[in-house]
Design a protein around this ligand. Structure first.
Ligand code: GLC
Length: 527
């Protein structure tokens, strides 16, 4: 395996916070969030203790896929502000010890990108994957004078950039080798884009659909080759920055050059569903992942953490110290933690688990106050992909306070409707209440960042893999999580004293750990 420079030291302590910029804070009253809005709320993030923010794409775009359809990689979308506003955000965040990552959409552009317009006019242009005649399966008819069709990467209006095919075939001329002229130009372009924003001071990138670059690449070896090349370049030119992939398979993504990869909700055991209940009596198919379900293993007691633990164990053993696994509470594509009638009560235990497990936690904006997934919203910027896959519900405006639009915007037409529920949670109300979820998350973040044993480098020993879920971190910190509504207990052999650091409803006595419904605890064994 090619060796890389070790990840920058700061990454092991990272607590990510994802901002969907449309919905976070609107400073100019146009109904859409912006950089200055984020800057104005950096004190919230610094109070919460998160130290690395990642922001969804914020570049010029027709916004048919919320900005994942980029028309100019090097220019900020005017709705978010200017380069100077971003520079100010990065600078103000840096003063608070917060790094900023941007989103690199590497695999495709918008069909409004000038590269695509040029390609649609020029049969000799190879930036995209273009069949000279006809329409092979999956291709979309040419919109321009150039005959033939092109390959999209996601929506039809997102033409795939040409990084070549792992198995080129001269009989199908669009299946070019990875070192053909078009793929080489696109690889150079990625470097130019990254270099441009890194010079402004960002600390790296979340990389969109990172595994999608080379086509017909079943082992992903050619795609990995591209990322490895970029990582080697970064290791030399920008050694303090990180690449965080949307790949969903850390065992492949980290050797490919990513410093960390998400466990994602793509189905299968390694899919981040530790924070859902899908492994309970369900098959875990992708479709089910989009049902509103319990946010953590099953509230009715039918779940088990084992599929997650085993998937984590496998990936973690494969990675060793070469990189990290990131575990998001949710993201802009999948339902929030609080996504069903039974989930609100599970949130504290879910956060105790997420913030004490040896993965890098990523908090999706608003999850720290338990914002709800809002079902059945109409499409906004490509958010609704089908009756069972509505992303709008996870993208509603951040709930700051009790003023108009929950303090998100003064506009009469906010980007998406604010949660209409009269008892919707807000940052202001929860800050004023020390028993709130927000305060708990803050204390847990502080505990984690101040306790190396709770980070990704500390050992973990699972002591009970049912209800309650019990594990020991770094031989010293005992974590008890009972995400079901009924009380649960398990034997516990140790007899020494335990100092509670954070607990509700957990009792350790007479060789037994007893946890009330939805109870949790973190204890210091002081060894
Ligand atoms: C990623 C993004 C998603 C987007 C898609 C196409 O999965 O997270 O929001 O629609 O890529 O770019």
């Amino acid at each position: 395996m090619t060796s890389f420079r070790p990840a920058p030291a700061w990454l092991a302590d990272a607590v990510f916070y994802q901002i969907y910029p449309q919905s976070f804070a609107d400073s100019d009253g146009d109904g859409i969030g912006d950089f200055n809005g984020i800057t104005e709320h950096l004190d919230h993030l610094s109070w919460l203790g998160v130290n690395t923010v990642w922001i969804n794409p914020c570049f010029v775009s027709p916004f048919r896929d919320a900005g994942y359809d980029i028309a100019d990689y090097l220019t900020i979308a005017p709705r978010y502000g200017t380069d100077d506003d971003l520079a100010k955000l990065v600078d103000e965040a840096g003063r608070r010890g917060i790094r900023v990552l941007l989103d690199l959409v590497a695999g495709h552009t918008s069909d409004a990108h000038p590269w695509f317009t040029a390609a649609a006019h020029d049969p000799d242009d190879h930036r995209y994957i273009w069949a000279p005649e006809g329409r092979p399966a999956g291709f979309v008819e040419s919109p321009g004078p150039r005959p033939g069709s092109y390959l999209p990467n996601f929506f039809a209006f997102q033409p795939a950039l040409n990084f070549g095919y792992a198995r080129p075939d001269p009989a199908e001329p669009w299946r070019q080798p990875v070192d053909a002229e078009g793929p080489r130009a696109n690889r150079r372009a990625l470097r130019t884009i990254m270099d441009h924003w890194l010079r402004l001071g960002v600390a790296g990138f979340r990389v969109d659909m990172a595994s999608s670059l080379v086509k017909d690449d079943p082992e992903k070896s050619e795609t990995a080759g591209i990322w490895r090349e970029l990582r080697h370049w970064l290791d030399g030119a920008h050694p303090e920055v990180v690449l965080l992939s949307e790949w969903g398979d850390p065992e492949v993504a980290v050797p490919a050059g990513f410093h960390t990869d998400f466990f994602l909700h793509f189905g299968g055991p390694s899919n981040g569903l530790a924070l859902r209940s899908l492994w309970s009596n369900r098959s875990g198919t992708v479709d089910e992942a989009w049902d509103p379900l319990d946010c953590f293993f099953d509230a009715e007691g039918k779940g088990s953490p084992l599929p997650f633990v085993e998937a984590w164990q496998r990936a973690s053993t494969a990675l060793g110290s070469s990189g990290f696994i990131s575990l998001p509470t949710a993201n802009h594509d999948f339902s929030r933690l609080n996504c069903g009638p039974r989930t609100a009560e599970q949130l504290p235990a879910a956060f105790v688990f997420q913030l004490t497990w040896p993965t890098l936690p990523a908090v999706y904006y608003g999850d720290e106050i338990g914002m709800r997934y809002i079902p059945d919203l109409p499409d906004r910027e490509g958010s609704v992909l089908g009756p069972r896959y509505n992303r709008a519900g996870s993208r509603t405006p951040m709930q700051w306070d009790d003023t108009k639009n929950a303090g998100f915007s003064t506009s009469d037409e906010p980007y998406l409707p604010v949660d209409p529920s009269p008892d919707r949670p807000t940052v202001a109300a929860q800050r004023a209440d020390e028993t709130s979820l927000l305060h708990l998350v803050r204390r847990l973040v502080a505990l984690r960042t101040g306790t190396p044993e709770l980070g990704p480098g500390g050992s973990v020993e699972v002591l009970n893999s049912g209800y309650p879920f019990v594990y020991l971190r770094g031989g010293r910190y005992l974590v008890v999580v009972n995400p079901q509504r009924n009380a649960a207990s398990c034997p516990y052999g140790a007899t020494h004293a335990t100092r509670p650091l954070e607990t509700t409803g957990v009792r350790i006595a007479d060789g037994t750990i007893t946890a009330s419904g939805f109870g949790y605890g973190v204890f210091d064994l002081g060894r």
